[in-house]
Design a protein around this ligand. Structure first.
Ligand code: HEM
Length: 146
């Protein structure tokens, strides 16, 4: 039995084919990278600490982001997950939105939201300062100079 694949209703131009291929490769590469990063993230945050999830508090986060390694790790995870997730949603929108203005509006909203979250998240990771809390000595003794 042979299977006939129907022609799409609105074939997209070949103009964007190269760009779409790069986006496709990005999904294949970022997917496995995210598996490794997310499993490492869950191990370090939930499995390895003695008290499991209960050990995640302000001091735990402050300790991690005092280390450039975790800043870079979390930054890469943030950027990859946001771009991967947004590009995946773009694929769904392009597949299912029938009206052109709806498709365009959804895609613009997606990338605006992703850009805002990436900028905010990157700022949080790179500018985080535990010493901003006047009460910090009670739970992080000796970390912040008076
Ligand atoms: C944990 C590791 C992950 C792996 C291995 C992975 C892998 C993939 C792959 C290979 C695709 C392309 C599917 C296709 O084109 O047929 C895809 C699509 C997608 N991914 Fe991921 N992904 C992961 C994490 C994530 C995360 C964290 C998000 C959200 C932030 C996400 C959201 C999406 C979305 C919305 C799509 C589009 C779904 C579709 O086309 O039907 N993924 N993923």
């Amino acid at each position: 039995m042979s299977v006939v694949i129907e022609q799409p209703n609105q074939p997209r131009s070949r103009k964007n084919a190269q760009w779409e291929k790069r986006a496709w490769v990005f999904m294949r590469v970022s997917g496995p990278l995210l598996v490794v990063l997310i499993l490492g993230h869950l191990m370090v945050n939930l499995v390895l600490p003695e008290r499991g999830v209960k050990s995640i508090d302000f001091a735990f986060v402050a300790g991690k982001w005092a280390d450039p390694f975790w800043q870079v790790y979390d930054g890469i995870m943030l950027w990859l997950a946001m771009i991967h997730g947004t590009n995946g949603m773009r694929t769904l929108v392009n597949d299912y939105a029938e009206r052109e203005w709806v498709r365009k509006s959804f895609n613009i909203a997606l990338w605006v939201a992703a850009t805002v979250l990436i900028i905010l998240g990157t700022l949080v990771i790179t500018t985080f300062d535990p010493c901003i809390d006047p009460d910090v000595e009670s739970y992080l003794p000796g970390v912040c100079k008076p």
